[in-house]
Design a protein around this ligand. Structure first.
Ligand code: APR
Ligand code: ZN
Ligand code: ZN
Length: 361
């Protein structure tokens, strides 16, 4: 039996989101219906609303979520009703060239939910990132569900589904931060702070947080930064060199997505160091780098997409570390709000007042 539940949708470009009744069908083969308990508010949801991703309105927003599996369709073995899960937006196929070469992080045939949820009049909804979790319930592919320890609060757990995983993974997976490394993180929003927390988990010795906002730097300190640099008045490349005995950082993580900070990241690393680009640039952005600098400095220039995570490996591990008190996911939850408050949460996010607002259901 299809169910009628509440969902937050973006009906048309730039219009405020609205809460309305949506129809969630029974799970088909390979699918699951999940009772959502919490879902974080992410910039990507706002980009959908603004028409910045595609024009497939109306969107069912929300994609950083944790909940309980309510029912599963035919052939589902990964999860069962009652399982406490974190949703991911990249259920890998296991069959494509990327998967077969052992790089499922680059799977290009991800099996996310099909567009089967609708409005009452039958209009098909496009779930944000194949999830759509600002809703009492949502339909996903079973491979989008990863079972984790139910002792973790839904507000904290859901964050691993997107932004916080992107940051932690940039440090531990893409950057391969090692014990004793020096790490610089440029841009300390939710993603950058998660990179700071990831660097700490990995045993980095010096963790230098760079931002243009002192409030952000203070917060970065609370999640593990050992040094902070406000780059409004100071050249961050010089400052990072000074804080690393003149060498530069072993790993520099860029979490802003602007040409000047990409450039800073490139020059702030030590010889043979690694630069990890997490900030998402726009199509117009370009930088020029002298080839001799690229050649002469060695090391690696990497981009990090979803923190190069493997949900089945990383979500349960990070939840366990959280429950052991070694990873403070609660620090990323600035406020919990209701399903009615998504539009206001967008405004606060835009003003830079919050790391994450989390809708709790
Ligand atoms: N130098 C340093 N920090 C900067 C600069 C700059 N020139 N410009 C902005 N910042 C800081 C902001 O003050 C803010 O703290 O970068 C941070 C960006 O944080 P958010 O806007 O909260 O974004 P976040 O969610 O952390 O995502 C960062 O990663 O995944 C990508 O798409 C995402 O490109 C975005 C980036
Ligand atoms: Zn997101
Ligand atoms: Zn694949």
């Amino acid at each position: 039996m299809a169910q009628h539940v509440r969902g937050v949708i973006a009906r048309a470009k730039g219009e405020p989101v609205e809460i309305t009744t949506i129809v969630v069908p029974d799970p088909g083969p390979g699918e699951a219906v999940v009772d959502i308990q919490a879902c974080g508010v992410c910039h990507t949801d706002l980009h959908y609303r603004e028409g910045g991703i595609n024009d497939d309105f109306p969107f069912l927003l929300g994609h950083e979520a944790a909940g309980v599996v309510e029912s599963v369709g035919e052939g589902v073995t990964e999860v069962a009703p009652g399982d406490y899960v974190i949703l991911n937006w990249r259920a890998v196929c296991g069959q494509c060239r990327a998967c077969k070469r052992g790089r499922p992080q680059y799977c290009f045939d991800t099996h996310n939910a099909k567009q089967r949820m609708t409005l009452l009049d039958g209009t098909e909804l496009t779930p944000a990132l194949g999830i759509g979790a600002f809703a009492d319930k949502t339909l996903v592919a079973a491979g989008q569900c990863t079972k984790v320890d139910p002792a973790a609060s839904p507000a904290a757990a859901g964050l691993l589904g997107c932004g916080v995983m992107a940051g932690i993974g940039a440090a531990i997976n893409t950057g391969e931060v090692g014990r004793g490394d020096s790490v610089a993180v440029i841009g300390c929003g939710g993603v950058g702070d998660a990179a700071v927390a990831g660097a700490r988990l990995a045993g980095a010795r010096r963790i230098i947080a760079v931002d243009i906002d002192d409030r952000k730097l203070e917060k970065a300190r609370s999640v593990g930064a050992t040094h902070t640099v406000n780059s409004r008045g100071t050249d961050p490349v010089e400052a990072i060199r000074e804080l690393t005995d003149g060498f530069g950082a072993d790993v520099v993580i860029e979490a802003v997505g602007r040409p000047e900070t990409y450039r800073q990241a490139f020059y702030a690393r030590d010889l043979a160091g690694t630069v990890v680009l997490v900030g998402v640039p726009t199509p117009e952005m370009n930088i020029e780098l002298p080839l001799l600098d690229v050649f002469g400095r060695g090391g690696a220039l990497k981009s990090s997409w979803y923190g190069d995570c493997l949900p089945s490996r990383d979500f349960p591990m990070l939840i366990d570390l959280y429950l052991q008190g070694r990873l403070d996911l609660d620090a990323f939850v600035t406020e919990t709000v209701g399903l009615d408050d998504v539009e206001e949460a967008f405004a606060r996010m835009h003003q830079g007042d919050v790391l994450r607002s989390v809708v709790v259901l």
